[in-house]
Ligand binder design. Structure first.
Ligand code: KG4
Ligand code: ZN
Length: 359
């Protein structure tokens, strides 16, 4: 097998992102060579959505519609390539918001049809974790922790297409806890990055906010309690003087400590399934940008923890192209087979194809 140029399109939420990636599947899977990112070109709607206080699916979809073609043109120009040079088109199909997903899938199908190139639908969650392989060699199985705006999951990852859920949030995702807490604190949207910055100037031990499911030995997470407790704190202390940054840092600390605590239970579960005592841990998703989380994990797990580089943590086309590079096979899909699957979190196109082949 030879090197392929892969186009990656990501539009599942509020980032329009397109990448061109070059790599040889055999080499990347054999941990011989990392893929080469030719261009990553993204447009974040954060500024446009701030006035709405969050993502409005219809507005996000319209913004993707406006941006996707100019972004694609620009990406090709930067890479000095033409559409015909692309060997494989890849696009997020699930999970995500219906309208935003549709814009990316329609663009991808059109390119595939016009250029007569195969197309692969990519599971956004798997792509977040596997993004580690854009810059590092990590072997399987590994323990994956995916923390984003919509999801917080522990996975046992046996191969690029074999993911087993070990734990999940029972209510809000970690990113939601940042964003909703940020709203209560009067910070902008999305608040994760702002809370991260303000926390550097505050004392994380000043106030105690609760850790969800603290006394349960499962590796499930819960973030609704911490958010309520922040709301109650702010209501009760309306007229009191408190150091704002201490509150922010303490709130962030509760979110982060919950992940650390539950990670030890996830390790236990991973051990029961694999007999591997000290597994490699991969952290991905937008919340993996958080500097406190990165610092605490690196201090505790040292070389055993692999954290996706910040530029590949938040939604991006490079992780989609990278996932496609690692998972495409010769019986690849053509546009008529590819459909969006907004609510499906866990079944990748590959699993579906496997099932179809078996039946
Ligand atoms: O993965 P992502 O870009 O989108 C989803 O798939 O949801 O993650 C976005 C989430 C948002 O909730 C945002 O507040 C959070 O990632 N985030 C952060 C940081 N940067 C982004 N959370 C904490 N600290 C950060 N530095
Ligand atoms: Zn994401």
């Amino acid at each position: 097998m030879s090197e392929k140029i892969i186009l990656g399109i990501e539009t599942s939420c509020d980032d329009t992102s397109i990448a061109l990636l070059k790599g040889d599947q055999k080499d990347v899977l054999a941990l011989k060579k990392l893929p080469e990112l030719l261009v990553l070109n993204s447009f974040s709607q954060e500024m446009l959505l701030e006035k709405w206080g969050g993502v409005v699916p219809e507005i996000a979809a319209r913004n993707h519609m406006e941006k996707i073609v100019p972004l694609l043109k620009e990406t090709l120009k930067k890479a000095d390539l033409k559409l015909k040079d692309i060997d494989l088109v890849s696009v997020t199909t699930n999970p995500g918001l219906l309208g935003p997903l549709l814009t990316g899938i329609t663009a991808a199908k059109s390119i595939s049809l016009i250029c007569e190139k195969p197309i692969l639908g990519v599971n956004h969650l798997y792509a977040h974790l596997e993004a580690i392989h854009l810059t590092e060699y990590v072997s399987y199985p590994y323990l994956g922790l995916l923390v984003s705006g919509g999801h917080s999951l522990f996975f046992k990852v046996d191969s690029p297409t074999k993911f087993e859920i070990l734990g999940n949030t029972i209510d809000d995702a970690a990113g939601e806890a940042f964003d909703k807490g940020g709203k209560l604190l009067g910070l902008g949207y999305p608040a994760g990055r702002i809370i991260d910055e303000l926390s550097k100037k505050g004392d994380p031990k000043k106030y105690q906010f609760p850790i969800g499911l603290e006394h349960s030995k499962s590796c499930d997470l819960s973030y609704s309690g911490v958010k309520t407790s922040l709301r109650l704190f702010l209501e009760t202390n309306q007229n009191e003087s408190y150091e704002f940054n201490d509150v922010v840092a303490s709130y962030q600390e509760a979110i982060v400590q919950a992940l650390l605590k539950k990670l030890t239970f996830a390790e236990q579960k991973f051990f029961e399934l694999t007999q591997i005592k000290s597994p490699h841990i991969v952290l991905g998703g937008g919340v993996a940008c958080n500097s406190r989380l990165r610092e605490l994990l690196q201090t505790k797990y040292k070389d055993r923890v692999h954290i996706v580089k910040p530029q590949f943590c938040t939604d991006n086309g490079a992780m989609i192209a990278n996932y496609a590079l690692r998972t495409f096979d010769q019986k690849i899909d053509f546009p008529e087979c590819l459909n969006l699957d907004p609510r499906n979190q866990f079944v990748s196109k590959h699993e579906k194809l496997e099932k179809a082949r078996k039946n």
